[in-house]
Design a protein. Structure first.
Length: 514
RNA sequence: GGCGGUAUCGUCUAGGGGACUAGGACGGAGCCCUCUCAAGGCUCAAACACGGGUUCGAAUCCCGUUACCGCUACCA
């Protein structure tokens, strides 16, 4: 035991003397010269799926921090897990971030390209005595783990390879025995002042000597992350709080590599309505899904920002610049939140009505074209009319798709009569046909085709027949749109124009007679 | 199991020892407006996880319990 102690003590001496890492120093220079280094943050997704709403929110907070505090926001693709990483995922992540407007300030860093540095860092730690070779095979480890489990004991690597005599290690290395490199966790405890959680600390005895380099020479996550964050001069590591237990390991690595520690901020998770971690069975979880549902990026951002952050003062609906302005790191919350699609939709409706029809146009047009309702050229040809239509529809829509769904009667030549609407509003078909004929005559006699004269004329007709407005307007609405629901009837008439309105009424009368 | 994290209406949150009869928002119920549907306005129901402290006083501070979440790999 005494020998063990002194050996550890000797190693600690070596570790206490910060060893020089020439490759890092030059890149650190700017922060020495400027008194207040600019914050550098990164979003570091692994390309193993689509951009998840949780990931998007992490990216958003990193981005907001950078924008609010005048820092830089970087993107790193953590593609070291070759088996699961795909180019398609990488593209999806780019697309999602670009759609949201969360653009990065420097070239994308691909973690896989940094393999030589990861290996060099592992080697450095090995040479410095902060790490050691482990010859235990995966099978042996699995077995010991299973045994510990059977004894109901927590498993922790027992450091047996660290106890191997020097010449034995040499012998195995020369013999080509495969080995991993493990970090030797020192005694004591490791903690930090988290930006969202305040102080967190772990007793080192609960951290095992973790592997930093696999036997095939590729780095383990914790090493790759630290090596890259140092190289990218990241000053604030903001990520999901599922990384809290990785943090002490990473701090230990920073110290052993002689690098300055960044600040850490661990954001709470996002759960589904059932309180479980958000997953596919909760419905759409990919940012792209919401894009295709007709959600506005600014609404998505606004909604996501409110999950785990609050600007206070009962402020909820914010434009993106306003969010940047109000963002504050100390208003970040610790509690996991539930993703509620209903509130997202409401939020989208709010942003929809915040936009002018002209601002909405470029987002709606592609959706209308895609739905086959009109061509871009046709819409451009009567833009003023089109913007008027958008103004009418946006107020009763929560998504872009809602607008498209309602646009049919105004864009298509032919309309179909909704059976339910027909059944309800055209109950007495002969009487309705007669009423529509009278309506048609009244409409045909209207002077300027504008809301006021139209209303005057139709109300006069209703009164003459002893009817309430609704009794006249509802059957007319079905005749004009085929639906029981639409914007105000006079707006519908104006939108349709004189010719088409009269033609629709005629068609309805014919339909009722058949 | 071990370690770590979290705990205010169903949900997102305000709240940082007295201003709390706990505020706002989504969703729900209802009313108003009204030609329908929205939007808008108004009203209602709905929460401090539990137990101990500390204090004249606790949603707020401390401890414990419980519940939930995360990590516990030669995954990230």
């Amino acid at each position: 035991m005494g020998g063990q102690e002194s050996r550890t003590a000797g190693r600690r001496d070596r570790l206490d003397r910060p060893f020089f890492l020439p490759t890092y120093r030059p890149t650190l220079l700017p922060s020495y010269t400027s008194p207040m280094p600019v914050p550098r943050l990164r979003f570091a997704p692994s390309p193993t799926g689509y951009l998840h709403v949780g990931g998007a929110r992490t990216a958003l907070f990193n981005w907001l921090y950078a924008r609010h505090y005048g820092g830089q926001f970087l993107l790193r693709i953590e593609d070291t897990d070759k088996a699961r990483s795909t180019d398609e995922s990488t593209r999806a992540i780019f697309e999602g971030l670009v759609w949201l407007g969360l653009t990065w300030d420097e070239e994308v860093v691909y973690q896989g390209a940094n393999l030589p540095r990861h290996q060099a860092d592992a080697r450095r730690l090995l040479d410095a005595g902060a790490a050691y070779r482990c010859f235990c095979t995966r099978e042996e480890l699995d077995q010991r783990r299973a045994e510990a489990e059977a004894r109901k004991e927590p498993f922790k690597y027992d450091r047996r390879c660290d106890a191997l005599p020097r010449d034995e290690v040499q012998r195995r290395v020369s013999a080509g025995t495969p080995f991993t490199i493990r970090f030797r966790v020192p005694e004591g405890s490791t903690g930090w002042d988290d930006l969202v959680h305040d102080t967190i600390s772990f007793p080192n005895k609960d951290i095992e000597d973790f592997v930093i380099l696999r036997s095939d020479g590729t780095p383990i996550y914790n090493l790759a992350v630290v090596s890259d964050d140092i190289a990218m001069r990241i000053t604030i590591v903001m990520r999901g709080d599922d990384h809290i237990s990785n943090t002490p390991k990473q701090i230990l690595l920073y110290r052993a590599l002689g690098a300055e520690l960044p600040a850490f901020a661990h954001l709470p998770m996002i759960h589904g309505l059932d309180g479980k971690k958000l997953s596919k069975r909760h419905g759409a979880t990919a940012v792209g899904d919401y894009q295709h549902m007709g959600i506005l990026p600014q609404a998505m951002l606004n909604f996501l920002a409110l999950l785990g952050w609050s600007p206070g003062n009962d402020i909820e609906v914010m434009t993106v610049p306003r969010m940047v302005e109000l963002f504050s790191a100390d208003a970040l919350l610790k509690k996991a939140s539930v993703f509620d699609p209903a509130k997202l939709e409401w939020m989208n409706g709010q942003h929809l009505s915040l936009l002018t029809s002209a601002e909405l146009e470029p987002r709606v047009t592609p959706a209308i074209v895609k739905a086959g309702l009109a061509t871009e050229h046709e819409l451009a040809g009567r833009r003023e009319w089109y913007l008027m239509l958008l103004d009418q529809l946006k107020v009763r829509s929560r998504t872009i798709d809602d607008i498209v769904r309602q646009a049919g009667p105004y864009l298509r030549d032919e309309i179909a009569y909704d059976p339910a609407a027909e059944a309800k509003q055209w109950k007495d078909r002969p009487a309705t046909a007669e009423l529509l004929r009278a309506t048609r005559d009244a409409l045909a006699a209207v002077g300027p085709w504008e809301p006021a004269p139209l209303e005057e004329s139709l109300r006069a007709l209703a009164e003459a027949r002893g009817l309430g407005g609704g009794k006249l307007f509802q059957p007319l609405r079905v005749a004009l749109t085929g639906l029981a629901v639409s914007p105000g009837i006079f707006d519908v008439l104006v939108l349709l124009g004189r010719e088409r309105s009269l033609a629709r009424v005629d068609a309805a009368i014919r339909h009722l007679a058949s």
